[in-house]
Design a protein around this ligand. Sequence first.
Ligand SMILES: Cc1cc2nc3c(=O)[nH]c(=O)nc-3n(C[C@H](O)[C@H](O)[C@H](O)COP(=O)(O)OP(=O)(O)OC[C@H]3O[C@@H](n4cnc5c(N)ncnc54)[C@H](O)[C@@H]3O)c2cc1C
Length: 414
Amino acid sequence: MASDKRGPGLRIGIVGGGVGGLTLALALRQRGIAAEVFEQASELTEIGAAVALSANATRELRRLGVLDGITALSTEPTELIYRNWRDGRRIAAHPVHQDLQYQTRFGAPYCGIHRADLQRVLSGALGGNGLHLGHRLVDLVDQGDSTRLAFANGRLADVDLVIGADGIRSVVRRFVTGGEDTVYSGTSAFRGIVPVDRLPSLPDPQAIQFWMGPNAHLLHYAIGGAGEAVNFFAVVEGPEVWPHTGRWLAEVQPNEAASAFAGWHKAVTEMVGAVAHTVRWGLFTVRPLRHWSRGRTVLLGDAAHAMLPHQGQGANTTIEDAITLAELLVGVSADGIEAMLGRYQALRRVRTRQIQHSSRATNAALHLPDGPALETRDRRVARFPEDFGWIHAFDALHAVSAAGPASGAVEMAR
Ligand SMILES: Cc1cc2nc3c(=O)[nH]c(=O)nc-3n(C[C@H](O)[C@H](O)[C@H](O)COP(=O)(O)OP(=O)(O)OC[C@H]3O[C@@H](n4cnc5c(N)ncnc54)[C@H](O)[C@@H]3O)c2cc1C
């Protein structure tokens, strides 16, 4: 559990006020450690997307005292269901909310929530204190015993520790690794949020469901306090080469999404057709990094390990990172920062790599053409709780205390 030891007055700058930055600031404050969060946006609003939070994150959000606010605005899926793309038959189903099976097994709930609602709960709990909106980081300067952060608005901040929670396009990561580490996955997605009452053909609208077919899949789950809307994410293979450098959205023709899912079950075509798709999202990851820190600057969340969304773990592993880093920072003084960062990397790198890898492998399994390989895939999705329970059962806070103090030195030497 959180220690009551006070931090020794380090100046901590968190770059990015997304899921990771806000969670970290809250977790630090709970431990009596002050931090400043610098966010480029002038308002905290994330339009048109949702996130599914699993037990490995919700147990931490409960410890931070924000889970009730989150569950009030979210929906726990009835079941996790895998379906055939064409006839919609149930290939496998696992109870989630039904008989509270998920919570009983993993010790915390599963919730689908609008990202704007999640951000509102986290920023509301944090309050305005220490949150600096309209601060886009443009440069970092190593000054030896401190780092100078330079923002586009002309402001400067000198800090003892920089935490790059600035997402997949991280400026801080470029400072840490010196290169460009994002990789295009060869897949892209159409996404949207649709009111349930516009989806008359959808069976089990309150479940989280994967519709799996040749070269594509569609995932959806309900969001909102009464499960009144469905958030969907429809992934297709291609384009082979992403058409833009530094841009993650590409314009599409009005019928492109519909033709990618032509011939699929009516529930799918209805959902994809309910949204006017003007863009597709390129799916990018961050290649596994050898080092997550440089001196007293460290990465967290998507900046460190952006992954494909097929295990639904980007935000969840980011929350794990934030709790781990906050707990490790308790009692650390300036000259202990680098050793502490070694421990952080040792605790986080292998796990996030495994989930990155598993998310990539899941893409291939979800996109198989009809044929004999489906049998193995169908057996695999039927074993989801047994095979992937390790992701959901993880307890980040427990992992810190279980690891002991020596782990970081070994990791940094690799
Ligand atoms: C379509 C889609 C669906 C997803 N679904 C899920 C899901 O169901 N479950 C799940 O766990 N994950 C999901 N994810 C992944 C999840 O959204 C991310 O992994 C998560 O948001 C990462 O959190 P973060 O804090 O690292 O980055 P973000 O939440 O992206 O936050 C980064 C913040 O940094 C700010 N920023 C960026 N650059 C600067 C700068 N130079 N200066 C100052 N501020 C800056 C940004 O404005 C932003 O607020 C999904 C992702 C996508 C794209």
